[in-house]
Design a protein around this ligand. Structure first.
Ligand code: HEM
Length: 419
């Protein structure tokens, strides 16, 4: 398609919706050059409020860290929110999209919901899971080692995080395939202003499954996070049924979709930068730093938000009115040339002060310490056990698909010979 007459904002939204197949980073660079704050059409067609795209790091931080000036909950300021566009099955239980999950509330309710599970997600506790994450990574490679080839997405990047989060939550092993099908369909089926018809059905099945799981844990509690949430006696903190199911579906979904993308896309980027990959193989102590750089360079989330202005304000001199919607383009902010030297280059030894792959502020990713442990184990194990890992087909033949408002990989066939 000839892009010369299409505004850069429309091209960014094309990428966020999954309808465009343009190479995203050159579009984001154009968006950054066009301005730190760009006007976009309001997705709800609001006549009262406008919508904005934030492309630079400083302005992104201003929005995400200003807990008084911006909220995730438009109903608290009587503004129109994107979730109003969602099609859900009214008979099915709420999930994190339709119900009350910590992602979409602020203030007291956010603190209440987040603090219930935040004890389980401390860096110290996540570190204590490392030996089990390592076992899972090794078991997955044991299964394929003799074949000399595997699909890095379906044999490794996907099953690793789903097994880790499901063990934490106490989801039976036999059910994990179903969760993968629903989550993947939801991630692929939803984008900016777009919801595929099958998403409603998958959300309903996901919600019904979580409801049944809660029933099972009530009958037979185990030593897992869902059982702890279900059996909590403290009246003040207790979750309503809808909050409980929203929380469980959020933890399952957020706990693996993104991390699988980090592992698969991260591996692809390393193959695409053979000198960086060589450096990493030669010194695996560089892996934690490489994970941060892979998150900055091409992390799983394209955007964070939307947020809604709670009062009239300005960003980079642009007046923003109360109720306006602001979408933070984190993949653009993470390549802001004012903050990173040679921002468009992958440099696994880069010293990074801050990137926005996990968001920032009160809603910053709860699972970041877990994702870091998983990323570290996944890459260290992969390159230690299969040092001569290579792409099976030329990189041009690797198919990207839309996942979670981001580019993801359906499949990444690799070969190796082991010794
Ligand atoms: C590489 C992997 C991951 C990435 C890139 C990622 C990214 C993000 C981002 C950008 C947010 C902020 C959303 C916003 O501000 O609107 C977020 C929130 C969240 N993430 Fe992650 N995430 C990852 C892994 C995980 C894992 C393993 C879990 C574990 C359950 C998790 C659970 C959550 C939860 C519960 C929230 C909501 C926090 C809140 O609203 O207070 N994430 N994540």
């Amino acid at each position: 398609m000839d892009q010369s007459n299409v505004s850069v904002q429309a091209r960014v939204l094309g990428i966020l919706s999954g309808r465009s197949t343009e190479e995203p980073f050159s579009v984001f660079a154009e968006a950054r050059a066009a301005g730190a704050v760009l006007s976009i059409p309001h997705p709800m067609g609001s006549e009262d409020h406008r919508a904005w795209l934030v492309t630079h790091m400083d302005e992104a931080l201003k929005v995400l860290k200003d807990k008084k000036g911006f909220t995730v909950d438009p109903s608290s300021i009587e503004a129109e929110g994107v979730r109003e566009n969602l099609s859900v099955d009214d008979e099915a239980p709420d999930t994190f999209f339709s119900g009350t999950s910590m992602l979409f509330v602020d203030g007291f309710d956010h603190r209440r919901l987040r603090s219930l599970v935040s004890k389980a997600f401390t860096p110290k506790y996540m570190e204590s899971l490392r030996p089990r994450v390592q076992e899972i990574a090794d078991e997955l490679l044991d299964k394929v080692e003799a074949d000399g080839e595997m699909d890095l997405v379906t044999d490794y990047a996907y099953p690793l995080p789903i097994n880790v989060i499901c063990e934490m939550l106490g989801v039976p092993e036999a059910d994990r395939d179903k969760l993968q099908i629903w989550s993947s369909a939801i991630a692929k089926g939803m984008g900016w202003g777009r919801q595929d018809p099958t998403v409603t059905e998958h959300l309903a099945q996901f919600g019904n499954y979580a409801k049944q799981l809660v029933e099972d844990k009530r009958q037979t509690p185990g030593d897992d996070l869902i059982s702890k949430l279900v059996t909590m006696e403290d009246e003040e903190d207790r979750l309503s049924e809808s909050e409980l199911i929203s929380m469980i579906t959020l933890l399952i979904f957020a706990g693996h979709e993104t991390t699988s993308n980090l592992i698969a896309t991260g591996a692809f980027e390393l193959f695409d930068h053979p000198e960086e990959l060589e450096t990493l193989k030669n010194d695996r102590r560089l892996v934690p730093g490489a994970v941060e750089e892979l998150l900055r360079f091409n992390g799983p989330s394209t955007s964070v938000g939307p947020r809604y202005a709670t009062q009239d304000t300005e960003i980079a001199g642009q007046p923003i009115a109360k109720g306006d919607m602001v979408l933070v383009l984190v993949k653009s902010a993470n390549r802001d040339e004012e903050k990173f030297t040679e921002a468009e280059n992958l440099d696994i030894q880069r010293e990074i002060d801050r990137h926005l792959a996990f968001g920032q502020g009160l809603h910053m990713c709860l699972g970041a310490p877990l994702a870091r442990v998983e990323g570290d184990v996944a890459f260290s194990t992969l390159f230690r056990r299969l040092p001569n890992l290579q792409l099976k087909y030329p990189r041009e033949e690797i198919a990207w698909s839309f996942t979670l408002s981001s580019q993801g990989l359906e499949s990444l066939p690799v070969t190796f010979s082991f010794h």
